[in-house]
Unconditional design. Structure first.
Length: 358
């Protein structure tokens, strides 16, 4: 390992211990070293545009995303992704650690002749999230999350998206369960900003001829006319919430969803409270996935509704608890009430009072 690689090795380890550290440029030699030359046994994920490897340092592990079709990557697109990642710092956004943009001349065979060509390597480094992506937990009959986990994941995805839209004016454009990673505490973190767009302060939409994304999660107006707005992500959010609730991308009405969860929550002590949360989340999902983008809610409205539901739930719990305590105190008071003896009566009343105490 050369001196530069060794120095960056130490810097990268220190970054993981310092949440305020800024992402940095990293040498290709370092990333090759910690991934064992991008070996197959270090591969932890892949998609149409990249392969993700586990990078092992001395004391920590990171994720190294190697963009696949390097010769076809537009430099502007790569720069846009890095720019979005460097600006996005939130507990529900995957932490970006660094990047590598390496170009080297290499002799290659072209139509029977050796020619010098630029071989480009574009890589991104992130915190390593051991629980993988959300899709593994919401598909298949054996992968059933408890309602508390489902609700918390839904709410924190909304909070991460709100941060992107309001604080950073970033439209993700590829929001889906495979791009939502979970840490060891099941905290969701939005990942993969390869298709993201940043809006200027007063900009509200973009029209593009390059319609890229994942069918089933792409908003209709984006697919049909290339229109990009913040509501494009809201549509994707609606589909994700639906999948968390039902393991499917759609349902007829809220009652269908409630029927599913009534069975799952039969043994829950707070069944009624949780069913109300299910109902609100199901309504939000339907609104988010409306064909008309104007009818879809903004992230602030969604979070407010979830907060109101939690406030109502807490009030119900407190009211129920207070009522139970009051009733118990009343019963205890009645049981321990002493009735004065009337002259001439026997002492049997004393026996009855003592019996009532037990």
């Amino acid at each position: 390992m050369d001196h530069e690689t060794n120095a960056k090795h130490s810097v990268l380890e220190r970054m993981l211990l310092d949440a305020s550290a800024e992402p940095i440029g990293l040498p290709l030699s370092l990333l090759e070293d910690i991934t064992n030359g991008f070996s197959h046994d270090r591969q932890i994920g892949s998609g149409g545009f990249a392969v993700v490897y586990k990078g092992i340092l001395r004391n920590v592990t990171i994720a190294v995303k190697k963009l696949s079709k390097t010769l076809d990557i537009h430099e502007k697109q790569f720069n846009e992704e890095v720019s979005c990642l460097m600006k996005a710092k939130h507990k529900n956004i995957v932490r970006f650690l660094g990047y590598c943009s390496d170009t080297q001349g290499k002799m290659v065979d072209f139509e029977g002749k050796l020619v010098m060509a630029d071989v480009r390597q574009r890589l991104l480094c992130f915190e390593y999230l051991p629980r993988g992506s959300l899709d593994k937990y919401i598909t298949g009959s054996s992968c059933v999350l408890k309602w508390r986990e489902c609700y918390q994941i839904i709410k924190e995805i909304c909070e991460g998206l709100h941060y992107l839209h309001v604080e950073r004016r970033i439209v993700h454009l590829d929001l889906k369960p495979t791009n939502i990673l979970l840490d060891c505490n099941m905290v969701p973190k939005i990942a993969d900003f390869g298709l993201s767009r940043r809006f200027c302060e007063k900009q509200s939409q973009i029209l593009t001829a390059e319609v890229k994304g994942t069918l089933g999660y792409m908003a209709p107006e984006f697919v049909n006319s290339g229109q990009i707005t913040f509501k494009s992500d809201i549509y994707s959010l609606g589909i994700i919430i639906t999948e968390i609730l039902t393991r499917q991308k759609g349902y007829r009405d809220v009652e269908d969803v409630l029927d599913i969860w009534k069975n799952r929550l039969q043994q829950e002590s707070q069944r009624d409270i949780h069913l109300e949360q299910v109902r609100v989340c199901a309504e939000i999902a339907i609104e988010c996935a409306d064909y008309n983008p104007a009818k879809r809610p903004v992230t602030k409205h969604i979070i407010n509704r979830l907060d109101e539901t939690e406030s109502t739930s807490r009030s119900t719990e407190t009211s129920g608890s207070t009522s139970s305590v009051a009733q118990a105190e009343k019963e205890s008071s009645e049981q321990h009430q002493w009735i004065p003896k009337v002259p001439g009566e026997t002492s049997d009343e004393t026996v009855e009072w003592r019996w009532a105490q037990f």
